[in-house]
Design a protein around this ligand. Sequence first.
Ligand SMILES: [Zn+2]
Length: 504
Amino acid sequence: MMRISNHSRKRQRGGGEQKTAEYSSTLFQFFSNNSKCLQTLCLLTLCQVVLSAYHYHNVYKTTKTFSSFGSSSTSLQFASSGNSAIPKHHPSSPVNSALHVSFAASAAANARVESVAANPLNTYTNTDKDGTTTTTTTTTTILPEWNELSGAAQTELQQMLNWDKVSTFDYPEIFRLDELTQGHSLLFMSWAIVASPYSQPLLLSSSASQQEQQEQQDNEYCNLLDAFGISPTAFMDYVRTIEQGYQKNNPYHNHIHAADVLQTLHSMLQSESYRLTKVQHFSLLLASILHDVGHDGTNNDFQVQTQSQLAIRYQNVSVLEQHHVEVGLKELDSSELLDHLPLQQRDEIRQFIAQAILHTDMAKHQEQVERASQAASTPPPPPQDDDDDDDWQAAMYLLHLCDISNPTKSTFSIWTEHVLEEFYQLGDLQKSLGLPVSFDRSVANSNSKVSIQQGFLKFLVLPAFEAMEFSNPKIMQGLYANYEYWMKQDKEEDAETAAEAAGD
Ligand SMILES: [Zn+2]
């Protein structure tokens, strides 16, 4: 496991150290008492995750085991989820059926794009192994927003939403994506990842070389919608509704953050070889999409403090998280997306989604880190196909890491501005209500920003990520680089403060 050096971790900086600890204590309390995504503060995270290969079979087998949670498990086990009984196509989705027959079936047979016909974005000629040629028109009706974009925007989106790109851990284009899609970054990211068999053919650049096209076609996309017989059109309609449930005025807890968490989670599931059932995989991705829906820019502390309707409704426990679960699942029921599934499987998906979202409550952060650390120091037990509970615990921890992964990214500075602005807006609200102010913009300065960031990284994010092992070294490298950056900033400010004091 890659670890930061003791020298770096234990660097003594006199007053600065104490100051950081105080800030961190305040922050942790702030988040623990409620906030759900502590990401906000500094951003954070990383998730490492899981899964790897996807196949059309019910059982995914990969090689690496998740060294970790609890005493029994094992490997994130992609045990059979009984998908064989699930119809391939949603009964109300003729478009989906047509698409599946013409495209997905060919893909399963390792067909490849032979040529791009008249409309390079819509029509493909595939040749199966046996020489059978099928021309497919991958209608974009499942995402009409795509058709509304200019050609230049579509071309740029092909560069930032293709499979390789969305499977990369550090994704700096998230804000540009939101601009290009006119505020639909969550919708488009979900389309590119969860509905990948239906989106990636359109995202393959018409100028791509034959080799690049072949490589793209060799990718195994997330085929979860087909696995559960879910109409891609209905799924995108659901995500569109959820995206509207995010308050775009929130500087941080908005649809862009949800899109970022989804992309981070997906990339980690791609780079790390854990195993989950298809039900767990689908539920986890959905949880990332839903995990902050309905967030009002406050935090659990504020909800309890003001005795809000939500606090009363949820008895002061994980108030916002329970709200996100309720909103997300209520819309899921309204969408009838899962109505064709067996009741048991439908309930299983709902429960996994709820559990995963509730685990993003910062109040559970320390407990989760300690559990992960303990598991990492214990030799992994032999695989047990019939016990995937510990694997699911690990998967939920990964979602939590993704939620606080901003400090691992090259975009961390931008996220910092967003999260601090949300904190200060809450401070403004608290002040207007005569409540104690958690973050007061009137006394904020660059020093407090640096201290918040450094404390957040040092006491919350670093320990959380170091409790895991990642195959992708860029995850920890980004985190350490950002940590060193804030340490340096803090040191320079300490020196400036000392110089000013001497001048006085
Ligand atoms: Zn979040």
